[in-house]
Write a protein that binds this ligand. Structure first.
Ligand code: FES
Length: 212
């Protein structure tokens, strides 16, 4: 589990852009009058996305002011949920799952590769491209080992395909989200072994193979 501390270096101010404010206004409008504090997680999330995926103290204060909440209440939320980053992260922020299914499938190799290529956890690379953090299960155990990079999951990792993924991201080349071995979502590795036939929509046209 990670320690949750706000960054030592803080920007002097934070203002929401008109686009962020408009999104937040639409979310706040979903709640009854006087219950706008219910939008606190959404507000922090929008502020974080605007600020390169991390929340400075000024953004937390701005959210508190917008929602009419005591600053400490918003700080409690921001420091409790690990989805909020309290210090700067790389342009590509890698959350590496190290929980048991991913560990059994080789996440220790991914972790060693990250330590060697990106450096210690939480440290942003000199070019600003990467930082990483080991996290608990991200709910994609069927496709272990996996990482989350910004908003997307990358699964079925090996040291080789993960290295290529980071090369492609750093070079600005398009990358494939999801399985890095080409399987569809979490279907069996090696292709379907059951439910390989289906009947036509009229229920009479007989079994048809789903296998290519
Ligand atoms: S254990 Fe890694 S996604 Fe669940």
């Amino acid at each position: 589990m990670s320690a949750r501390r706000i960054a030592a270096d803080q920007p002097a101010s934070f203002e929401m852009t008109p686009e962020t404010q408009a999104k937040l206004d639409r979310i706040i409008a979903r709640y009854p009058q006087g219950k706008q504090a219910s939008a606190v997680i959404s507000a922090l999330w929008l502020a974080q996305k605007q600020n390169d995926y991390w929340l400075p103290r000024a953004a937390i204060e701005r959210v508190a002011e917008t929602l009419g909440m005591p600053y400490i209440r918003v700080m409690e939320v921001a420091t409790f949920y690990t989805m909020f980053n309290l210090e700067p992260v790389g342009k590509y922020f890698i959350q590496m799952c190290g929980t048991t299914p991913c560990l059994l499938a080789g996440s220790d190799g991914i972790k060693a590769y990250l330590e060697q290529r990106v450096g210690p956890q939480r440290k942003v690379t000199a070019d600003g491209n990467f930082s990483w953090l080991e996290v608990e299960c991200l709910g994609a155990c069927c496709n272990a080992p996996m990482v989350q990079i910004n908003d997307d999951y990358y699964e079925d990792l090996t040291v080789e395909n993960f290295g290529k993924l980071l090369d492609d991201l750093a070079a600005g080349r398009p990358v494939r989200v999801g399985s890095q071995t080409g399987r569809m979502t979490s279907e069996p590795d090696g292709g379907l072994t059951t439910l390989t036939t289906f009947y036509g929509a009229d229920g009479k046209s007989g079994p048809q193979s789903l296998k290519k």
